[in-house]
Design a protein around this ligand. Structure first.
Ligand code: SF4
Length: 210
C-alpha cells in the first residue's frame, strides 16, 4: 500500500523538490538542510579589494564568469551587510587593523576566503618589512585559494568549497547561535613602530615635544 502511494520525483526536479513527511522533517534535519541550502545560495561577499588579486575577483563577478550562478552576485560595500570577506591581495601591516575591524563588524555567520599567495602566506612579499605572512595569523580562514593571482575559475572553485562547508554545518554545533560561547571580537592589532593607535595621539605629541 505504502509503495502504491509513493510519490516519484522526476530526475530533472530532484535538485529542487523534496517529498517528505513531518517525521522526516524533524528526524532527518530537513529544517537544517533547507536553512543551509538558503545560506549557501545567497552568500553576500564584501566588495573589498586589496591588490592585484582583486582584479581577478572583480572579473569573477562580471558577466563572463557570472557569480550570480552561485547566488553570490550581491557584493555589498558594507561589512554590516556581508557574510563573506574575500582577502584578495597583499595584506600590509598598515591595512591589517582596518581588515580586522571590518571583520568584527560583519554579522555572524561569516566566512573568510584567503585568495592568492599573498593572503595565504605573504606570497612574493613574504618576510617583507611591511607585509603580513598570511591573514590566518589574525583571522579564521575557511578556504584558501592558491595562485598568484588565482584565476576566476580557481576563485569559483574556492566558493564552491565554501558552499560544501556551509552544507555540513549544524545549527546545534555552531558558535553563533550559542549565546554563552559566541566569542569576543578579534582584538585590533597594532603592528610596527610606524603604526599608531589614534587613541595614543596625545601621548605621542607630548613625547615628540620632549
Ligand atoms: S598573490 Fe600575486 S597577484 Fe595576488 S596580490 Fe599577491 S602578488 Fe598580486
Amino acid at each position: 500500500m505504502a509503495e502504491k502511494n509513493k510519490i516519484t520525483v522526476p530526475d530533472e526536479l530532484k535538485s529542487t523538490v523534496a517529498v517528505t513527511d513531518i517525521q522526516e522533517v524533524f528526524d532527518g534535519n530537513l529544517i537544517e538542510k533547507a536553512y543551509n541550502w538558503g545560506r549557501r545560495n545567497s552568500v553576500w561577499p564584501m566588495f573589498f579589494g586589496l591588490a592585484c588579486c582583486a582584479i581577478e575577483m572583480i572579473s569573477t563577478a562580471a558577466s563572463r564568469f557570472d557569480l550570480s550562478r552561485f547566488g553570490m552576485e550581491v557584493m555589498r560595500p558594507s561589512p554590516r551587510q556581508s557574510d563573506l570577506l574575500i582577502i584578495s591581495g597583499t595584506v600590509t601591516k598598515k591595512m591589517l587593523p582596518a581588515i580586522v575591524r571590518l571583520y568584527n563588524q560583519m554579522p555572524e555567520p561569516k566566512y573568510v576566503i584567503a585568495m592568492g599567495a599573498c593572503a595565504s602566506g605573504g606570497g612574493p612579499f613574504k618576510e617583507g618589512y611591511n607585509v603580513i605572512a598570511g591573514i590566518d595569523k589574525y583571522l579564521p580562514v575557511d578556504v584558501y585559494v592558491p595562485g598568484c593571482p588565482p584565476t576566476p575559475q580557481a576563485l569559483l572553485f574556492g566558493l564552491m568549497k565554501l558552499q560544501e562547508k556551509i552544507d555540513n554545518q549544524k545549527i546545534s554545533e555552531t558558535s553563533w547561535y550559542d549565546k554563552e560561547n559566541a566569542g569576543d571580537p578579534i582584538p585590533i592589532p597594532v603592528l610596527g613602530p610606524d603604526i599608531m593607535d589614534p587613541k595614543d595621539f596625545d601621548k605621542i605629541r607630548k613625547q615628540a615635544k620632549g
